[in-house]
Design a protein around this ligand. Structure first.
Ligand SMILES: *Cc1c(COP(=O)(O)O)cnc(C)c1O
Length: 413
């Protein structure tokens, strides 16, 4: 009674080695917080017991690349938020998109992607997939008719973002979902910007939902992870298998950090969204700002759609275009000293990014123009801090950039 495993080991000469594994002590109580399980492999009682786990007849884990408790806990929480049946956690948001493509595409398949997809997603669709023999077309996801025109008999899936990065274009999800259903094409929705707090794609006809968990869900800019979920068990299995076979699965510690971040997600989202609406309205009235892009502003091209689909949740992201070119942009970033200039989003703190020098630098100039990106364009990921601090600092930075660019150079942008 009361003998600890350490005492037992000290009694037993065979176990007197720090390399021997310490058995988990029995406890009538449980840890309050999910433990981190760093084990890369799990022991089984016999080959028969291992068979049962591999064949799904008994619950359990075998080898961490195939699955581990920290990934399972995180996946089930995001499944619950999105209303998914089963989801896979991946090593990044890009790994989630890769697992979907690699798990579901077959030889000869064609993919239709939204023309405004995240920069790296565009590169994956346009450069990597064709290299592997898959045909890809890009089309305007704000318009289901444009997507319909891009479909071919061999189209297998449509990939869109609910709200695009960085132009905040709102996809015609319902029109595209109806089209996908009719044509028996899978609809994959990247819900990173909207999050299930504002929009649940499965309730509007999506087949697969993906996330960069790196962003709002984890929320602290200290973990890179992704998620791909679905309501169909066979599809879920195919995605999970692809993630394990192509080595796209995550490490336990990252999953633990993301789970911790997720606990405050709803609170963070609501506060950041309130802040974003206030900042958008404030920036819209400042001299030196050519336009503000925020789905909550009546002038946004898909404002009515956003209001209907998102029930008033217009998100935590906004964009603005400064008058003047690169020099004005440099001045603004230097002047806004306390707003980190960083190519990410969804952090607790407000961050500023400049797509032409970061996420969208690899696009061709014609594509950059097509997206409406200019040297004066900034994306703001609004955080949860006191928004007055951000308003004052950005206002002063815009004034500094405007003074330098000068109103007479208005047309130069
Ligand atoms: C960041 C991002 C991704 C990629 O996610 P990573 O975690 O950086 O791999 C995909 N889609 C959108 C909309 C993103 O913002």
């Amino acid at each position: 009674m009361g003998e600890s495993w350490l005492e037992k080991m000290q009694d037993d000469r065979d176990h007197r080695s720090i390399v021997r594994r310490a058995p988990v002590t029995n406890s009538a109580t449980q840890p309050l917080v999910t433990p981190v399980w760093p084990a890369t492999a799990w022991t089984a009682e016999s080959p028969d017991a291992l068979d049962a786990v591999y064949e799904g007849r008994a619950p359990g884990y075998t080898y961490a690349r195939e699955g581990h408790p920290n990934a399972a806990v995180l996946a089930s929480k995001i499944d619950w938020l999105e209303g998914a049946e089963a989801g896979t956690i991946t090593g990044s948001g890009m790994a989630a998109l890769s697992a979907v493509l690699l798990g579901l595409l077959c030889e000869g398949d064609h993919v239709v992607g939204g023309a405004h997809l995240y920069g790296r997603s565009l590169r994956l669709l346009r450069q990597e997939l064709p290299r592997m023999g898959f045909a890809v077309s890009l089309s305007d996801a704000a318009d289901a008719d444009a997507i319909a025109l891009a479909l071919r008999p061999e189209t297998r899936m449509i990939v869109v973002e609910t709200v695009t990065n960085p132009m905040l274009q709102v996809a015609d999800i319902e029109g595209i979902a109806a089209l996908a259903r009719r044509e028996e094409v899978l609809l994959v929705v990247d819900n990173t910007f909207t999050t299930p707090r504002a929009f649940r794609p499965f309730d509007h006809g999506a087949d697969i939902v993906i996330h960069s968990v790196t962003k709002l869900l984890a929320g602290h800019s200290d973990v890179t992870l992704g998620y791909a979920g679905t309501r169909d068990p066979d599809t879920a299995q195919a995605i999970a298998e692809a993630a394990a076979s192509w080595g796209l699965t995550p490490a336990p510690w990252e999953c633990w950090l993301a789970e911790r971040g997720l606990h405050s997600f709803a609170l963070r989202y609501d506060r950041a969204q309130e802040n974003a609406a206030e900042l958008a309205a404030h920036l819209a009235g400042l001299p030196g700002i050519r336009r503000v892009i925020y789905p909550g502003l009546p002038g946004h091209p898909q404002h009515a759609r956003a209001a209907r689909l998102f029930a008033g949740n217009f998100g935590t992201m906004l964009g603005f275009e400064l008058e003047g070119g690169r020099e004005a942009a440099n001045t603004l970033v230097r002047a806004a000293r306390h707003i980190p200039f960083a190519p990410t989003l969804g952090d607790v703190a407000t961050t500023l990014s400049h797509p032409l020098s970061s996420s969208h630098r690899a696009l061709r100039p014609t594509e950059q123009r097509m997206l409406g990106l200019s040297e004066g364009f900034f994306r703001v990921s609004v955080g949860i801090e006191d928004i007055d601090l951000v308003k004052d600092e950005l206002e002063a930075a815009v004034a500094a950039a405007f003074a330098q660019a000068g109103p007479s150079r208005e047309a130069a942008g």
